[in-house]
Write a protein that binds this ligand. Structure first.
Ligand code: COA
Length: 156
């Protein structure tokens, strides 16, 4: 039986390489983010998951975006991803702003109460999508968190 708890903590500068290594498992990178933008899931002193919440300046309004979420391959499907997203939402410094995500795992986010967005909405929100030559064949689905009024993630 699994006796040890998963700890969620803020990342520090010293976690940079660990985060990069975890993300590289899935060919993800940090892009413009810094280590301090991330939260980490830790078990027995080992980092097994990471995720970030960033503020975006949209064309019309600012919004929040969940970015760079990854769970170590040996620990997927055990609720770690859910814990990370729940933590980000509970501790969102700007809960009045809408919360979005662009992801190749839309099914995971739908389970947590996100809803798929149509392409025109994706273009309206993300300047980089507008400029992107791959837009029509992009693997990333945009979703919006729709449970904000309840202040919490949808439970299974
Ligand atoms: C996507 C990811 C972060 C999810 O984390 P996880 O710890 O494996 O997910 P959880 O165990 O918390 O799953 C929560 C629920 O979502 C479901 N789920 C998980 N991944 C899913 C997926 N890819 N598609 C559909 N549903 C998924 C789980 O079955 C679970 O459902 P339940 O509540 O009915 O039991 C993780 O699998 C991962 O790192 N994937 C590879 C990297 C990646 O795709 N990152 C996203 C790129 S933006």
């Amino acid at each position: 039986m699994d006796m040890t708890e998963t700890l969620i903590r803020k990342a520090e500068k010293k976690d940079l390489l660990t985060i990069q290594k975890l993300l590289s498992t899935y060919f993800l990178d940090m892009e413009e983010l810094e280590a301090e933008d991330f939260i980490l899931a830790e078990k027995d002193g080992k980092v097994i998951g990471c995720a970030a919440l960033i503020k975006r300046r949209g064309n019309e309004t600012d919004f929040q975006e969940i970015h760079s979420i990854a769970v170590h391959p040996n620990f997927r499907g055990k609720g770690i991803g859910r814990e990370l997203v729940e933590h980000l939402i509970k501790n969102d410094p700007e809960p009045a702003l809408e919360l979005y995500v662009r992801t190749t795992a839309p099914g995971f986010f739908e389970k947590l109460g996100f809803e798929k967005l149509p392409d025109p909405e994706k273009l309206r929100l993300w300047e980089d999508c507008k400029k992107c030559e791959h837009f029509g064949k992009c693997a990333q689905q945009a979703l919006k968190f729709s449970c904000r009024c309840k202040g919490e993630v949808k439970q299974p």
